[in-house]
Design a protein around this ligand. Structure first.
Ligand code: GDD
Length: 315
């Protein structure tokens, strides 16, 4: 069994590769010439890397024609919401064109690959009172160009399944974190700031954005197990929420991180961290996914936060 992981050098891609290797699957991953390799350097003996620019249809066709994978975990994306306000077209082009090129290449070679696509709870966007926990049937009211790109990826998955019978499973993943999380994202950003203070690298002040937002966090190691189960047991064309079913305000998340450190830290708002529109609450209902696959989140949030701090302490 051969699996292709797009974006293998990224946060989720590196955890996906580790999981697949434990399952005894042959792992091929895409990288670009500017990809950072530090997340996968420990795996390089066991995986095969192929340079591929997903935005370029020729590059993708060459990859798919040569590899003909049984499973595809499509994780490559511009995934940071604020970047999508700075360069909306780039985010939309990157995320949408990359996936279309992948689908078209699979179609052209007549492959029956099972394809997981990484959709996002950001698609739900504005959630009105009484609409939580969020089900797959909730309205989509996206609030950022990134969210729009994910709505497009999601519905292209639906459309390519309906139009051409592609075996696409749409995983709608809520926030996820853990070791190796990029330092732009809130959990990792705060953990790294705390560790920099512990190490005496910066004064004891932590800079924050909107602490009122509520997010539903799952450990990345539970998420990649979910992606595997999605391809094993999910129904093609269907969308599934992957979430913990619990949410924390960003202030509560910060308090958990601070409780695992013994330095005294002052919290200051940095206006540049506030967004033109922020999603107020994401709290997922993952029952549909549980019923289809038996998946449950297993790693408690406290442990994920401790592991994240340990990760930064070890850097
Ligand atoms: N990044 C960041 N930095 N966010 C902050 C900060 C800060 O200093 N302070 C507060 N926040 C708030 C943001 O305003 C947002 O409400 C929340 O923390 C989470 O921000 P991020 O970690 O950047 O994640 P996100 O929720 O915007 O998006 C993540 O989750 C999506 C799934 O819902 C990303 O991982 C996306 O790729 C993913 O699709």
């Amino acid at each position: 069994m051969k699996a292709l992981v797009t974006g293998i050098s990224g946060f989720v891609g590196s955890h996906m590769a580790e999981f697949l290797l434990l399952k005894g699957v042959e792992v091929v991953g895409t990288i670009r010439n500017r990809s950072r390799m530090d997340h996968i350097s420990h795996l390089q003996q066991d995986i095969r890397l192929v340079e591929c620019e997903l935005r370029d249809p020729f590059s993708v066709e060459a990859l798919i024609g040569a590899e003909k994978p049984d499973l595809i975990f499509h994780l490559a994306a511009q995934s940071f919401v604020p970047t999508s306000w700075n360069s909306p077209i780039d985010t939309i082009h990157n995320n949408v064109a990359g996936q279309v090129n992948l689908f078209e290449a699979i179609r052209r070679f007549g492959l029956h690959s099972k394809i997981q696509i990484a959709c996002s709870s950001e698609e739900y966007g504005q959630v009105n009172p009484g609409e939580t926990p969020i089900k797959e049937t909730n309205p989509l009211r996206p609030l950022s160009p990134y969210a729009i790109s994910k709505v497009a990826q999601d519905y292209l998955g639906y459309q390519y399944h309906k139009s051409y019978g592609l075996h696409v499973i749409r995983t709608i993943t809520f926030n996820h974190t853990g070791p190796r999380r990029g330092e732009n994202f809130v959990t990792s950003n705060f953990a790294k700031q705390i560790v920099d203070i512990e190490k005496g690298k910066k004064p004891p002040v932590i800079y924050v954005g909107n602490l009122e937002a509520k997010r539903d966090f799952t450990d990345v190691r539970d998420v990649v197990r979910g992606y595997w189960l999605a391809l094993e047991k999910g129904v093609p064309g269907e969308a599934y929420n992957i979430a913990s079913g619990t949410c924390y305000t960003i202030a509560e998340m910060l308090a958990i991180l601070l409780s695992h450190s013994n330095v005294d830290i002052e919290v200051k708002t940095d206006a540049s961290r506030l967004r033109p529109s922020d999603v107020e609450i994401l709290l997922g209902d993952y029952r549909k996914f549980h019923e289809a696959t038996g998946w449950n989140p297993e790693i408690p949030f406290e442990r994920t936060m401790e592991d994240l701090l340990q990760y930064w302490r070890s850097q």
